[in-house]
Design a protein around this ligand. Structure first.
Ligand SMILES: [Zn+2]
Length: 56
């Protein structure tokens, strides 16, 4: 049986305009190290920018 509490909902925040464009679920056990950065499309910047993960 899978343990509860290891899944963490995070927001992906645009590095440039700080808009929170996406939300995703990460596994705390597997991704406990440094903050992840993902390249995503930002509506406000109208281009692909780096998005930082932010805890809710
Ligand atoms: Zn942006």
């Amino acid at each position: 049986m899978a343990k509860k509490g290891n899944r963490l909902v995070v927001l992906l925040e645009c590095e440039k305009c700080k808009a929170r464009n996406y939300s995703t679920v990460i596994n705390r056990v597997n991704q406990r190290e440094k903050k992840l950065k993902v390249k995503k499309h930002c509506k406000q910047c109208k281009s692909h920018t780096m998005h930082n993960m932010v805890k809710i």
